[in-house]
Design a protein around this ligand. Structure first.
Ligand SMILES: Cc1ncc(C[n+]2csc(CCOP(=O)(O)OP(=O)(O)O)c2C)c(N)n1
Length: 552
């Protein structure tokens, strides 16, 4: 075996190995050579080389999202490290285990005019769950910090930063380990939920209007018996987002279609007494606006780690996994007679009918593309959706229940969705389809700059000539300022990027073409393929906004 000569690099690698971490994403540089040599020489690790650190970090969190284990990124000193920040923040808000290891100069070499040197210690402090600022030599204290950083990434599900000073020479190797670092296990958290909850159950049993709202949620996370229980209580409405990965015929899954046409009276009627949330971020701005204005008396959030006061009325954080919570809670609850659920089912049926009528008459636009693309997705595949309007359009449709849905909703950035999707495709090993807007896709085109894109990876790029979302948002005005600074309109296509990176390239610009190309896209797994769909810039927003007028 070959080991880096630097004992500190040996310690880091040994501790990571002992903790069962296997996936290491390395970006090139000299300062990180001791780590790069060590990881790449050790068959316990699978190493990926990705030059652009921003893309490498999103690739890593895509992988960690799927493997549910921390993934490590390693970079050199200087601005390289700062390029990890967008993914670092995403990992923080999406609760993804993520370990950044940055090589550094020793502290005495910072701010004295050395090249490729910046203040690296604690640089992610605002979003870091743990900062291990190591000192140059291997020591018990360093080992303790490394252990604690990795344990934190596991137990607190988020990003941590290990900053490692190395002095030259950097490339020397030895054939025997010279360190034997101590390995400390994470402190086991108590998974027994023994909080007295009968008082909460009494409030529940006395309420005739209870709303359960679920944002980002891992597939298969919630036991079916609990979902059925919620679905069959007439006083409960369960509203789910596309990213919730929940499915039940009685759940309301197209939230914006349901509530956008609501009048003040409808909202008063719909206002819940209790809202219960679990899962991560909520996409629908409309449901958030509704709950902030028509606040319930109680908001309970169930999450073993964190709770956000999204509606300004959080009254209780149950620090437990939803399954454990429901298991205890349902022992005390009763089914309550109410017309709350039935009223919403009636509205849902009406909206479904009106949606179908509307979709049957609209021209080829972004909305139409989603109507055609979503049912064509292969069963048992994964769908990654970029931010901006793609994730919002997807929320207006049913998605077949064997398809698992993901989106970087932690920070809702458009800066790493493609890299995340590719990392996730590798991490899950499942067929993967990624739907992107043109600005988001062009922003992260370096995602294609690696050797790991699976052959069956598919991209559906909806090119509406700019940031279509800005046309949909209120305040849009057809001026040069709007086109240049908001929409950032352009005439670029992905054709040459596909040629450069070796992807097959298909296009569609009408409904018939789209149907045909989707068949081709999903029948060939020999090469990663991108289908670019061109939609009319000036029609898209009108067709979507009119939809909400025709739902009543
Ligand atoms: C890193 C980052 N920068 C800026 C934004 C603000 N932003 C939100 S949506 C958007 C436009 C995205 O356009 P596109 O990907 O083409 O999707 P479309 O809106 O056309 O569906 C921008 C710039 C963001 N979310 N993230």
């Amino acid at each position: 075996m070959i080991y880096p000569k630097t004992p500190l690099a040996q310690s880091i690698i040994e501790i990571l190995r002992a903790k069962g971490i296997t996936n290491i994403i390395i970006s090139p540089g000299s300062r990180n050579a001791p780590l790069t040599i060590g990881f790449a020489s050790d068959p316990n690790f699978t190493c990926y080389s990705i030059a652009d650190e921003r893309s490498a970090a999103f690739f890593a969190i895509g992988m960690a999202q799927q493997t549910k284990k921390p993934v490590v990124v390693v970079c050199t000193s200087g601005s390289a490290l700062l390029n990890y920040y967008p993914a670092f923040a995403e990992a923080f808000y999406s609760q993804i285990s993520f370990i950044v290891i940055s090589a550094d100069r020793p502290q005495s070499k910072i701010d004295i005019g050395d090249g490729q040197t910046i203040r690296q210690e604690n640089v992610f402090d605002n979003h870091s769950l743990f900062n291990a600022n190591l000192t140059e030599n291997a020591s018990d204290k360093n080992d303790l910090l490394i252990n604690e950083a990795i344990n934190t990434a596991f137990t607190k599900k988020g990003p941590v930063h290990i900053n490692v000073p190395f002095e030259e020479p950097l490339y020397e190797t030895v054939s025997e380990l010279t360190v034997k670092p101590k390995i400390s296990s994470p402190v086991e958290t108590d998974i027994i939920f023994d909080e007295p909850i009968s008082g909460y159950a009494n409030i529940w049993n006395a309420s005739k209007k209870k709303l359960v709202l679920v944002g980002v949620n891992e597939p298969n996370a919630i036991e079916q018996q609990f979902l059925d229980k919620l679905a069959h209580d007439p006083s409960v409405v369960v509203m789910i987002e596309t990213t919730s990965n929940l499915h039940h015929p009685k759940f309301i899954n197209t939230i914006d279609s349901i509530i956008t046409p609501f009048t003040h009276e409808d909202f008063l009627d719909f206002r819940p007494e209790i809202i219960v949330t679990f899962g991560g971020m909520i996409v629908s701005k409309r449901i958030k606006a509704f709950l902030r204005k028509y606040q319930p008396n109680h908001h309970w959030h169930i999450d073993s780690l964190r709770a956000y006061d999204t509606f300004g009325c959080l009254t209780k954080h149950f620090e437990v996994q939803p399954n454990l919570f429901f298991q205890s809670f349902f022992k005390f609850t009763e089914t309550v007679e109410s017309n709350y659920n039935q009223n919403l089912q009636d509205i849902k049926a009406l909206r479904q009918r009106k949606s179908l009528e509307y979709l049957a008459k609209i021209p080829f636009t972004d909305f139409k593309v989603f109507e055609k693309v979503l049912p064509a997705l292969p069963k048992n595949s994964q769908l990654q959706i970029s931010n901006s309007s793609p994730i919002r359009y997807a929320q207006l449709f049913d998605i077949e229940k064997s398809i698992e849905v993901f989106s970087n909703r932690g920070t809702s950035g458009i800066d790493g969705s493609t890299s995340t999707a590719i990392g996730a495709a590798i991490g899950s090993g499942k067929p993967n389809v990624f739907i992107a807007g043109d600005i988001g896709f062009l922003y992260d085109s370096n995602a294609l700059w690696n050797n790991y894109i699976p052959k069956n990876f598919k991209i559906i790029l909806i090119n509406n000539g700019g940031g279509g979302i800005f046309r949909i948002l209120p305040g849009h005005d057809e001026t040069p300022v709007f086109n240049t600074f908001f929409e950032t309109s352009h005439c670029l296509t992905a054709e040459h990027l596909c040629k450069m990176y070796g992807l097959d390239y298909l296009t569609a610009s009408n409904e018939t073409m789209l149907e045909e190309r989707l068949k081709i896209l999903f029948s060939n797994d020999d090469k990663p393929t991108l289908l670019e769909v061109f939609t009319p810039t000036l029609e898209n927003d009108k067709v979507l906004l009119q939809y909400f007028n025709e739902l009543v």
